[in-house]
Design a protein. Sequence first.
Length: 160
Amino acid sequence: MFGNNKQAKQAKQTKASRQTNGQVDTLIGRNTHVDGNIEFTGGLYIDGKVTGSIQGGPDGQAMLSISEHGMVEGDIHVPHVVINGRLVGNIHDGQNVELLANAHVQGNIQYRLLQMAVGAAISGQLLQQSEDARQLAGPDQNESQDQELAAGMPAYESRT
């Protein structure tokens, strides 16, 4: 009775592990051009061209790979992304983004963990996400914060 739940949980973890380790469930071949939005679960490997946004499934385990021959024109909403081709668009909410040597990205990348190989190129902003949002102090704020912290008072600034 209880063994089935444990086996089901282990099977689900194994499936999730395979998906984030590069298993390909869907392949868009080199001579294929998809014009429209894509929503998928599991692994998607693009060796052709996609014009439209790409959305990973709600389980948070989706993985997108763009080969050195692949090209995407549109925004990507996938937690695990590996790029070795071209992307003209933004990556939103990327948990793990890997840019290989032939990657060329024209757009912004929101990421939690970024790996970038020598030769990869980005024309856009890198926006790191963190568990807790932090506000960075500007250069003029650092002196007043240092003085207030030394006095044992929190650093507050009113803007008028």
